[in-house]
Design a protein around this ligand. Structure first.
Ligand SMILES: C[S@@+](CC[C@H](N)C(=O)[O-])C[C@H]1O[C@@H](n2cnc3c(N)ncnc32)[C@H](O)[C@@H]1O
Length: 262
């Protein structure tokens, strides 16, 4: 599937931030340098996973039992199907990632799970992603689905193609569907450190495209943000059992969930 261990990949660098084992020396060089520049990065990755889990549980609380996880990453602790199927064993999940490493490990993990699939795909091509046979086997797009774009859109720079793709997902889903986004932001951060991290990511196949708060809000076009709106990740419907993060802005991530009203 074209895995190059000498070329760092954003998926494997993120796995390294989370303390995972599915990464190579080239990925760890980027991860180590990035953490030197922004020491909170492992904390940021964990807080991002916690947002993902809360968003999944929120969807289930609304009766949504199917998930389209775009840019799903290398499987780690608390994958979407695990969180969702713990609550609803019949919950259905389609994982999509552009990175062959992420897809290979997910295939391995999902073997024997009749309600979850993984496909390799580029989220910027919704027609191909949504038409895929394995995905159609598990998702019924005539019913509400939770579309997850968690920590992925900062790898897709603004372009007419991205705007069209986001509109494509919005047009394809049923009323009552959700869109969850978390996104690294340039608002309220140390611009020099962020610039240097962006330079490091340029060495990977997926360079960073940070956005301001206004730009992240713009990604929800066609969706109505649910309370509390677009906030720093730890502030999005915090779980009372989770420790309170006192300086959420330091975690450099904005998060929100939108609903498709019609
Ligand atoms: C930082 S990881 C996030 C993983 C997971 N969503 C999470 O939040 O824990 C970003 C993932 O997005 C994937 N990715 C980047 N650009 C993509 C694209 N255009 N289409 C699909 N996946 C993409 C990367 O390969 C990587 O696995």
């Amino acid at each position: 599937m074209g895995i190059d261990p000498n070329r760092p990949s954003a998926a494997r660098v993120y796995d390294a931030f989370l303390g995972g084992r599915h990464n190579f020396a080239a990925d760890r060089v980027v991860a180590t340098r990035a953490v030197e520049l922004v020491p909170d990065l492992p904390r940021i990755a964990r807080a991002n996973r916690a947002f993902l889990h809360r968003a999944v549980r929120y969807a289930l609380s609304l009766g949504i039992d199917q998930f389209l996880d775009l840019g799903s990453g290398i499987p780690t602790e608390g994958n979407v199907h695990e969180v969702a199927q713990q609550i609803d064993p019949a919950a259905r999940i389609a994982y999509v990632d552009i990175d062959p490493t992420a897809v290979l490990y997910a295939q391995d993990l999902l073997a024997g799970n009749p309600h979850a699939v993984v496909v390799r795909g580029d989220l910027r091509d919704p027609e191909t992603v949504l038409a895929g046979h394995p995905l159609r086997e598990v998702l019924d797009l005539s019913r509400p689905v939770a579309v997850l774009m968690v920590a992925v859109l900062h790898f897709t720079p603004d372009s007419p193609g991205l705007t069209a793709a986001l509109r494509g997902y919005r047009a394809a889903v049923a009323p009552g569907s959700l869109l969850a986004i978390s996104h690294a932001t340039s608002s309220g951060t140390d611009p020099h450190a962020v610039e240097r991290v962006a330079d490091l990511y340029n060495r990977t196949g997926t360079p960073l495209a940070l956005r301001s708060r206004e730009q992240v809000a713009g990604l929800f076009e066609g969706w109505e943000l649910v309370e509390p709106g677009l906030v720093y990740g730890p502030e999005w419907r915090p779980d009372p059992a989770e420790p309170v993060v006192r300086d959420p802005a330091r975690l450099l991530t904005l998060a929100g969930v939108g609903i498709a009203r019609d």
